[in-house]
Every structure is written in structure tokens, then in C-alpha cells.
Design a protein around this ligand. Structure first.
Ligand code: FAD
Ligand code: SF4
Length: 491
């Protein structure tokens, strides 16, 4: 056990676990980038926490983890208790520790993130849960009394898995359906292995199955089984459908050979990297599986600066591209992608072109470049974001053999929901709560929804939070609470 002193952060710098060497990454390694702390390093890093008394980190964490408390337990070597405490707020802590943009969330709010270096909260969270699982610890449900109630969950992404975890802890039997043959949603098929090793998802599946959660995989609800069947077989249904409608920039030349959409590119590559069938079932909304082009020696340009764009550039580097450029229409400070991922991409050799807006993909049958215009930032728009305004006369062509379009995603509520009284907004988001409904309850009493299909494409941790809180609402509904007074609900 390492001994804490209040000013440990002055003597010990912030440190992350070791990374896969750069040479291996650029030579094609898709291994998870960050290694693990040992007990001594984890304890040392946890000991940097000031216990400042006003844990901004907790407030900024979307699931409100008890961060200083589990950092203290790590220092004392009480890993199993730390793991149990992590799970009190977060059904998937080992995933969030790996993929949360901590620089914008918990670590960004750490009191030490002011010249001293924030506590490495995400890496310690990952250490706690990986270590406890490796030691054989599993959530203890021995005191849970079965209610006899059964709930179907559509979607085995983070929202669906978090919901299943909480239902199981409430004595409600959860059965998770997914059109894919593995659980995880975008954790499995979108996020590359260098950010999240897929063995982590397999471990979580075993943990959930041990808690009594059932999986019915390779089942597309609406095609292989009707929602009405689920509503008659189960007491309630949770929709964790995700957001898969890609933002179409309408660029001339999008149809040229060598132009790829980000998600099919990542999905197909992910299947190959993990030894799966590269011709497996195509991703939702795209009718054909993608024949992945050989990127070796190619000049790759990725359009878009979000997490998806960062995953594309870093995958292209590993696939042997001669050059990889990321073009984004705003400046670096306004980039949506995590600063840590941008730094890793730079380290791996990605070039960034900020303040560039694509106008057209040029080429004759095959893409040969992207015509871009330079931009400057104007006044903030309705969402407070400063709009990128083209600068007349600043157009130029960036050479490219392969262009990857990564403009983001929005949800599309399936048609079969309409007949059930479930409403969606014009942007495709399923409407929940308000007007006396329980939180996350749709217009149909027995249908609840959460994650990207409700909030639009966002983060793993926000999907986890919504799946967790929707399960609490489902449990209330099953206990007979029909609605809450309109005066107490948000409009
Ligand atoms: P999803 O993860 O999309 O899961 C939805 C599931 O529902 C899917 O498995 C789908 O097959 C299933 N489904 C849908 N309809 C049906 C149906 N009718 N029948 C059966 N099954 C159905 N977030 C981060 O926090 N950090 C990151 O680093 C990060 N990187 C990302 C990288 C990429 C490339 C992408 C695309 C997203 C990334 N995100 C990241 C965002 C994050 O992955 C999502 O916000 C999160 O996965 C949403 O969870 P969800 O459960 O709502 O949906
Ligand atoms: Fe930070 Fe995400 Fe963990 Fe919350 S869940 S403490 S935001 S890494």
C-alpha cells in the first residue's frame, strides 16, 4: 500500500500506462494502444487526487461516478471494493475508462487540470475493473429477489447493455436482441481495436450472462421478429437502436471509385482485424458489404474531425497508407474529436488541415483529389457553435486516391414504431418523457428508449447513463407507477 501525502501531485507527474510503440502502430498493429497500470502505478496515480472536497470530476462525469472514493480504495489496494463501487454508478466502467473523452469530461474538470496534470481517472477506472475481473470478482446478485417480470431490449450497444445490467440487479429478467452476431453495438463494430480490445466485450458478455441476462443475437426486430410479438411476450421493451443515418454532405463526386463512407470502412476493417468474416452481414442502412480497398501506398484524405474521423485516419495509417490527411472545416479548438485522440493521430503521422471545407471530390471514374475552400469562423449559430464561412478565392485541390467521408450520424426511428404511438422528432430522435410520462418512456406505456436513438449520435458514457436510468423507469412502471405528475416532468 503506498502512503498518501496531500501534495503528492507536486512530486509525481501525471502518467498514463505505456503505449504500443509507434513503430509497431505504423507497421499495422491494431493492438489496444494503452497498456495497463500495475498496482503500484495505479496506487501512485490515484494518490495524486487532492480529495479537493468539491469533486468537479464527479459532476462532469455523465454517470456521476464516485471518483475520489474509488481512487482512495485503489490506494489502499482494495480493488474488489473499488470495482463494486464503480458498478454502483456505471454498468460498463471498463469500456468508459477506455473510450470516454476524459479530457472533456472527468479529467477536464479535475482541480489539478490547471498546470499540474489531471489525475488519470479513466486509466485507473480501467485498471480497477480489469483487475477485479481477472481476480474472478463478479457483481453480487445473491440478495436480489426475482420479480417474475421480463423485459426485451432491442440493441446490444452500451445503452441496451447498461439497461440489462440494471434490470438484472432489480430482479427483472432481461433478454437482449441484436441484428448482429456479437454484442456491443458500436463498441464492437465501430470503435477500432486500438481503442478497445474486443476481448473486453467478450468478458462483459460473460459477466452479464452470469447475472442472468439472455442474448438473442442475429435477430433483426421488425424483420425476423415483430415488435408486437415482443410486446406480448415481455412486460416491457427498451429500444437502444443507435444512430446510423449518415450525414450526407451531398458532395459532387461522392460516387467516384475510391470514395468510402466512414462506418462501413471501419466495420469491414474491424471484422478483418478481429478475424471475423469480412463479407459478414452489412451494416444497418447500407445494403451491401464493402469491398475494402488496399490502402497500401495510397494517399488518403478523411473529411470530418469527430471521433469517427479520428478512427478512420488512425486505421488508414495502420493499413499502410502513404499519407493520411484529415480535413476539418473549423479550427482545432472547435474540433469535436477528443484532444487525446488528435494527439495520438498526430504522433502516428496524420496531417491536419484545419479551416478547410470540401466542395467536390474530383476525378475521372476514380477519385484523384478533393477541391477545398479555406474558411474563417463567423458568429455563433443557434447551438452556440461558430459557423465556418468560406473565404472567396481560396480554393485549392488536395490530391487523394482514397477519400473517406466522416460527417457524422443521426438516428432514424423505424417505421414499425409509428403504429404503436411512438413519436420521433424531425431529426429522427425518438421522443421520450415529458407530459406526465416516466423518464425515457415513449408514447407507448410499455416502450422505453435511450442512447443515440434518443439523444442523437453522442458518447458511450451518455448511452450508458440513459440505459441505466431507463431501467429505473421500467422498474417503476412494472411496480405499477403509471406516470408522474406533469408538473414534475420536463416539458
Ligand atoms: P449503438 O452502439 O449504435 O448500438 C445499437 C445497437 O442496436 C446495434 O448493435 C444495432 O445492431 C442494434 N439494432 C438497431 N436496430 C435494431 C433492430 N431493429 N433489431 C435488432 N438490433 C437492432 N463514443 C465515445 O464515448 N468514445 C469514442 O471513442 C467513440 N468513438 C466512436 C467511433 C465511431 C466510429 C463511432 C461511429 C462512434 C463512436 N462513439 C464514441 C460513439 C458511441 O459509440 C455511441 O454514442 C454509442 O455506441 C451509442 O450507444 P447505443 O447503445 O445508443 O447505440
Ligand atoms: Fe471519466 Fe467516463 Fe469514467 Fe465518468 S465514466 S469517470 S467521464 S472515464
Amino acid at each position: 500500500m503506498s502512503k498518501k501525502h496531500l501534495f503528492q501531485f507536486l512530486d509525481s507527474p501525471r502518467d498514463m500506462p505505456p503505449k504500443v510503440p509507434l513503430a509497431a502502430r505504423v507497421a499495422g498493429s491494431f493492438d489496444e494502444l494503452y497498456g495497463s497500470f500495475g498496482q503500484a502505478e495505479a496506487s501512485h496515480q490515484a494518490g495524486r487526487c487532492l480529495d479537493c472536497g468539491n469533486p468537479y470530476c464527479e459532476s462532469k462525469c455523465p454517470v456521476h461516478n464516485y471518483i475520489p472514493n474509488w481512487l482512495q480504495l485503489v490506494q489502499e489496494g482494495r480493488i474488489v471494493e473499488a470495482a463494486a463501487l464503480c458498478h454502483e454508478t456505471n454498468p460498463l466502467p471498463e469500456m468508459c475508462g477506455r473510450v470516454c473523452p476524459q479530457d472533456r469530461l472527468c479529467e477536464g474538470a479535475c482541480t489539478l487540470n490547471d498546470g499540474f496534470g489531471a489525475v488519470t481517472i479513466g486509466a485507473v477506472e480501467k485498471y480497477i475493473v480489469d483487475t477485479a475481473f481477472a481476480q474472478g470478482w463478479r457483481p453480487d446478485l445473491s440478495k436480489v429477489k426475482p420479480t417474475g417480470k421480463r423485459v426485451a431490449i432491442i440493441g446490444a450497444g452500451p445503452a441496451g447493455l447498461a439497461c440489462a445490467d440494471r434490470l438484472a440487479r432489480s430482479g427483472i429478467e432481461a433478454t437482449v436482441f441484436d441484428r448482429y452476431e456479437q454484442i456491443g453495438g458500436l463498441l464492437q463494430f465501430g470503435i477500432p481495436s486500438f481503442k478497445l480490445d474486443k476481448a473486453v466485450i467478450a468478458t462483459r458478455r460473460a459477466v452479464l450472462e452470469g447475472m442472468g441476462v439472455h442474448f438473442r443475437l442475429g435477430v433483426d426486430v421488425g424483420r425476423d421478429v415483430a415488435i408486437d410479438e415482443l410486446l406480448s411476450e415481455f412486460d416491457a421493451v427498451f429500444l437502444g437502436l443507435g444512430a446510423y443515418r449518415y450525414t450526407d454532405g451531398g458532395l459532387p463526386g461522392q460516387e467516384l471509385r475510391g470514395v468510402l463512407l466512414a462506418l462501413p470502412f471501419l466495420v469491414q476493417n474491424g471484422r478483418i482485424v478481429t478475424g471475423g468474416d469480412p463479407q459478414g452481414r452489412p451494416i444497418a442502412g447500407w445494403e451491401t458489404a464493402l469491398a475494402l480497398p488496399d490502402l497500401r501506398g495510397q494517399r488518403v484524405v478523411v473529411l470530418g474531425g469527430g471521433d469517427t474521423g479520428m478512427d478512420c485516419v488512425r486505421s488508414a495509417i495502420r493499413l499502410g497508407a502513404a499519407s493520411v490527411t484529415c480535413a476539418y472545416r473549423r479550427d482545432e479548438a472547435n474540433m469535436p474529436g477528443s484532444a487525446r485522440e488528435v494527439a495520438n493521430a498526430r504522433e502516428e503521422g496524420v496531417q491536419f488541415l484545419f479551416n478547410r471545407q470540401p466542395l467536390e471530390i474530383v476525378g475521372d471514374g476514380q477519385a484523384s483529389g478533393v477541391r477545398m475552400v479555406e474558411t474563417q469562423l463567423g458568429e455563433p449559430d443557434a447551438n452556440g457553435r461558430r459557423a465556418a464561412q468560406p473565404i472567396p478565392g481560396s480554393e485549392s485541390i488536395i490530391d487523394a486516391d482514397v477519400v473517406v467521408i466522416a460527417f457524422g450520424f443521426s438516428p432514424r426511428a423505424p417505421q414499425w414504431l409509428e403504429a404503436l404511438g411512438v413519436q420521433a422528432q424531425a431529426n429522427g430522435r425518438i421522443k421520450v418523457g415529458g407530459n406526465g410520462r416516466l423518464p425515457y418512456q415513449t408514447g407507448h406505456d410499455a416502450l422505453f428508449a435511450g442512447g443515440d436513438c434518443v439523444r442523437g449520435a453522442d458518447l458511450v458514457v451518455t448511452a450508458v447513463q440513459e440505459g441505466r436510468d431507463a431501467a429505473a423507469s421500467i422498474a417503476r412502471m412494472l411496480r405499477g407507477v403509471k406516470a408522474i405528475p406533469a408538473a414534475l416532468t420536463a416539458a
